[in-house]
Each structure stands twice: as structure tokens, then as C-alpha cells.
Design a protein around this ligand. Structure first.
Ligand code: ADP
Length: 528
């Protein structure tokens, strides 16, 4: 996997993520809807059974199942069983009476054709209504029904005596006797002779707390598969849809990662091209956007720019340094050849040796300046930094400096200015500025050295009234091997002096600046 491409990895990760989210979501939905649908089915089962319970009556010894009783509706079967589990009515295809009855409970049972939800309710006939002839004491009509509990709590009845036939108590006794119970196990709800009857009858109503005719069972059942068939269909659909979904997710992930990675691929291609051709001038093409990839490309281009400048500087530096060394070497070679030839007399040889010595000094100065420059570029660890008196050092350098061309040196130095510095480097900085002021100064001119404290800053300046510097070359004078006008330096200098001044100042946390008027003079200002 480590070696796999970014596109491959992204595709795999996104696909796995999508699959996981899919699995969790679909699983959750299935569990939830299965529960909801299961409870829906059970509720409808209970409703159907309870509604059917109202459609059963027991009249004059006959169990009456009214025509509104629903034996089958919406997958729910209802059957009526006797007290001893014998089927009275109904034709359930699956769950018979062999499974035990449980009043008011829903359960899941296994039948011949699979699993079923089953709900049983027991109808206990304990409310009795009798009509008894007041003259003969004969039972005309009787009916048993399911008694609600609140009916039992009702008590009290009207006693109606009837002369010429049986009285209320006798009528009650006849009814109770017929129902097979006695006064102790029955609560009389009413016993009266309603006036509307043609024949004179007692109407007796009582509730039996210990019923003899216990009642019947209504068993409702619904195939669990009815509830689950929907899920079966969903399950099947999911089996087909999920792989399709994953395939789409993988394709999407691949396209997204391809699109995302394409700018990076462009960058890689450009980098490879630059690398193979070693052409640092090439740049990565950007579409001008501001996203992370565009920023990366721009940063890459900036790095290339810096690399290019750095390489070019190095090349320039090597070629300039070798050029500067070649001239004195050529002079030395020529002088030596001349001195060794037959044409040279003693005096010529002497002069040749002087010239060789001068060229050697020149080369030493150049090599020493280059060495210092290289060392300053490597940081301040290589130098000996300590807090020292800059005022004293500046004064000493000015005093010991030998001017030429009749130039006078003035100094205006504020006392006791301290600086954390490398004394040899600051001495070199001062000497470089002073020798430039002499080299580019006019005959009998003036050099002015000033050192001042300005707030938290220390300002050192070296000013001359010499040839000055043209405005357009002013920014270039700090570059290595740059010489504005070599013909006017009297053949001296390598164009290293100011580069070194700048490096030394920077190493001491300072900045350099030059002000000049061409033909009138220049001022070099160092601020620490
Ligand atoms: P160089 O060895 O040529 O003096 P520097 O790095 O010291 O090299 O100076 C770079 C260039 O800046 C010089 O060639 C010269 O043209 C110009 N320059 C430096 N100092 C002065 C000055 N005091 N007056 C006029 N031009 C100066």
C-alpha cells in the first residue's frame, strides 16, 4: 500500500468509507423499519381480534357469531375456539389450537408454513339476562354476554311483586338455578317487570362472579413473512444495489483523486524536465488559481528563482575571481620570463622582482578579501564577538590611516559608543571605506569620518569629495566584483571592498546605504 499511487490509495479509502457509511445507514434503517413494521402488524392483529370479540354472543344456549365477524382481513386470520381448544369456527391455515392460548398476549409462534404473530383473547360469558313469565315462572329467553368489570360494581335492583304469579325473588331463583349458580356467586344488576311487554315478564340481569359457562377463545394470527416480505424485497434490492453503489463510489473516488492530483502530476513533470535538462530558467505552469496546489507551484517557482540566482552568482563569482587572479598571474609570468631572458640586465631583474612582489601583494589582498567574504557568509560563529568601544576603534583606525594625494582626514567621533563586534572585521570595514574614499577622492580633497548615537542606533559615516557615483549604478556598488569605472580607480581594487563592508555590517545587525552626487563626492552610512 505504501508504494501504491495516491490515486489508488484515495480511491480505496473513499470507497471503504462510502461502503462503511452505506452499511451502517442501511443496517440502521432496516433495524428501525423492521421494528416499526413489526409493531404495526401486531397492532393491526390486536385491533382485528378485539373488534371480532364484539361480534360474538351466546343466546338461548346457542353461540352466535355475527356476520360482521371478520375471519380474514389484510393477512390477519381469526378463529374461534372453545374452552377445551376445540375449533368452533374459522379456518386458520397455519396456527391451530395445539399452541397454548395466552389471554391478551402477542407472541411469535412457529406453524406449519413458517413463523406467525399470534394474539389470543378469552371471552368469558358472565353477564346473564333472563326473561321469565310472571305467571308460569317459565324462562322465555336468556342470553349470556361478556361482562365488563365496571358492570359488576353496579348493585341494587328494584323489587317488583306480582300478585297472582311468582314474585321477584322467585324469578331470580329460577334464573340463577338455570344458569347453574347461586346468590353467593352472582350479583343481581336488575330485576323488574318492564311495562312495555305484552306478556307480563320478569327481566332479570345478573353478573356471575364464578361463571359456569367459561367462554371461548378468539385466536388471531398473521404470518411473520407478511411483515417481513417488504424487508425481503428491500434486502434483495440492497444485495443488488450495494455493489453498484460501491462501484459508483470507487469510480467517483478515482475521478476525484485523478482531478485533484493532476496539478501535482504537472508539477512533477515540470520538475523532472527541469532536473533532466538542468535548466533552471524553466518554471512550472500555473493556472493563476490560489488553491493549495497553485501555492505549491508558486513556492516551487520561487525556490527555482532563488536557486537560479544563487547558481548564477556562484558562476559569476568563480569566473570573476579567476579573472581577477589571472591578471596578476599573467604579469608575474611575464616579469619572470623577461627577468630570466638574456635581454634583462641587473636593473631590469630588480624591477621585475619588485613588480612580481607587487602582484603577489595584490593577489594576497584579493585572496584575503575573498576568504573574509566567504567566512562572513557562513555566519558569526567563526568570529570573535565581544562588547568593545567603537569610538576608540574608529579613532585609532583614522589616526593610523595613511592618506594619499594630499587628502586630509577629519573625524567627528562621539565618545564611549559600545558595540558587540568583531574588532578585526570592523577595522576592515573602516579601512575599506577609507581606502575607497582615498582611491576615488580628488587631489587635496577631504575625508570626513563621523560616529554618532541617534536614539538606539549608532550611525557611522565616511564622506569624501571625490568623483562621486552615478545614480543608476548606485544600487550595484554593493555587489561582488562590481566596479563602476575601473579606469578611474588607478588599476587598484577588485570590486570586493563594498561587498565585504555590506556583509560585515549585516553580520553586526547593521544596514548600509550610500549617498552620492556624481562629480561632487559620496557618503557611505552604516547604521548599527
Ligand atoms: P573597488 O575595489 O573597485 O573599490 P569596491 O567594492 O570597494 O571595489 O567598490 C565598488 C565600486 O564602487 C567601485 O569600483 C567604485 O566605482 C565605487 N565606489 C566605491 N567607493 C567609492 C567612493 N568613495 N567614491 C566613488 N565611487 C566609489
Amino acid at each position: 500500500m505504501k508504494k501504491a499511487s495516491f490515486k489508488f490509495k484515495t480511491t480505496v479509502w473513499i470507497t471503504l468509507l462510502v461502503t462503511l457509511i452505506c452499511a451502517v445507514t442501511i443496517g440502521g434503517i432496516l433495524v428501525m423499519s423492521r421494528r416499526v413494521a413489526g409493531s404495526e402488524i401486531r397492532q393491526s392483529l390486536i385491533r382485528t381480534v378485539e373488534r371480532n370479540a364484539d361480534e360474538i354472543e351466546y343466546k338461548n344456549g346457542i353461540l352466535e357469531i355475527e356476520k360482521d365477524f371478520v375471519f380474514y382481513s389484510d393477512g390477519v386470520y381469526c378463529d374461534v375456539y372453545g374452552e377445551n381448544s376445540e375449533l368452533i369456527s374459522g379456518n386458520s391455515p397455519a396456527i391451530g389450537a395445539e399452541k397454548p392460548f395466552a389471554n391478551g398476549e402477542t407472541s411469535r409462534l412457529s406453524g406449519e408454513n413458517g413463523e406467525y404473530y399470534v394474539y389470543d383473547t378469552f371471552l368469558s360469558f358472565n353477564k346473564y339476562e333472563y326473561e321469565i313469565d310472571v305467571f308460569t315462572g317459565q324462562i322465555i329467553k336468556y342470553e349470556a354476554d361478556v361482562c365488563a368489570s365496571e358492570d359488576i360494581s353496579e348493585s341494587g335492583y328494584t323489587v317488583t311483586s306480582f300478585y297472582g304469579g311468582i314474585d321477584t325473588e322467585e324469578a331470580i331463583a329460577i334464573a340463577l338455578n338455570h344458569a347453574g349458580t347461586d346468590r353467593e356467586n352472582a350479583k343481581i344488576v336488575s330485576a323488574e317487570i318492564p311495562g312495555y311487554e305484552n306478556r307480563q315478564v320478569f327481566k332479570i340481569e345478573f353478573v356471575c362472579t364464578n361463571p359456569l359457562y367459561s367462554g371461548i377463545w378468539i385466536r388471531g394470527s398473521v404470518a411473520a413473512s407478511a411483515a417481513e416480505s417488504t424487508f425481503g424485497a428491500i434486502n434483495k434490492a440492497i444485495i443488488y444495489i450495494i455493489p453498484l453503489f460501491i462501484a459508483f463510489a470507487a469510480l467517483g473516488a478515482y475521478l476525484i483523486s485523478k482531478r485533484t492530483i493532476s496539478p501535482v502530476e504537472k508539477i512533477t513533470a515540470s520538475a523532472k524536465e527541469i532536473n533532466s535538462g538542468s535548466d533552471l530558467t524553466k518554471r512550472i505552469e500555473t493556472d493563476g488559481g490560489s488553491d493549495e496546489i497553485a501555492t505549491l507551484a508558486e513556492t516551487f517557482n520561487e525556490m527555482l528563482e532563488r536557486l537560479q540566482i544563487s547558481f548564477e552568482n556562484e558562476k559569476q563569482f568563480t569566473s570573476d575571481a579567476s579573472h581577477e587572479l589571472r591578471t596578476p598571474l599573467a604579469v608575474i609570468k611575464a616579469e619572470c620570463e623577461f627577468a630570466l631572458s638574456d635581454k634583462a640586465d641587473e636593473k631590469d631583474k630588480q624591477e621585475a622582482l619588485v613588480s612580481v612582489s607587487e602582484q603577489a601583494d595584490k593577489m594576497t589582498a584579493l585572496v584575503s578579501a575573498l576568504l573574509t567574504l566567504t567566512r562572513t557568509e557562513k555566519g558569526m560563529e567563526r568570529f570573535n564577538f565581544e562588547e568593545a568601544d567603537l569610538s576608540l576603534l574608529t579613532d585609532e583606525v583614522c589616526r593610523s590611516f595613511k592618506t594619499q594625494k594630499g587628502i586630509t582626514l577629519e573625524s567627528d567621533i562621539e565618545e564611549n559608543i559600545l558595540l558587540n563586534m568583531d574588532v578585526s572585521l570592523i577595522t576592515r570595514l573602516l579601512e575599506n571605506l577609507l581606502s575607497n574614499a582615498v582611491r576615488y577622492g580628488k587631489e587635496n580633497g577631504k575625508i570626513r569620518v563621523a560616529l554618532k548615537k541617534c536614539g538606539s542606533e549608532t550611525v557611522l559615516s565616511v564622506e569624501d569629495d571625490g568623483i562621486g557615483i552615478k545614480e543608476d549604478v548606485l544600487p550595484k556598488i554593493w555587489g561582488r566584483f562590481y566596479r563602476a569605472d575601473p579606469s578611474r580607480s588607478g588599476g587598484e581594487g577588485f570590486g570586493i571592498g563594498l561587498a565585504l563592508v555590506k556583509k560585515i555590517a549585516e553580520l553586526h545587525g547593521g544596514t548600509v546605504r550610500a549617498e552620492s552626487e556624481y562629480g561632487k563626492g559620496s557618503k557611505f552610512i552604516i547604521t548599527f
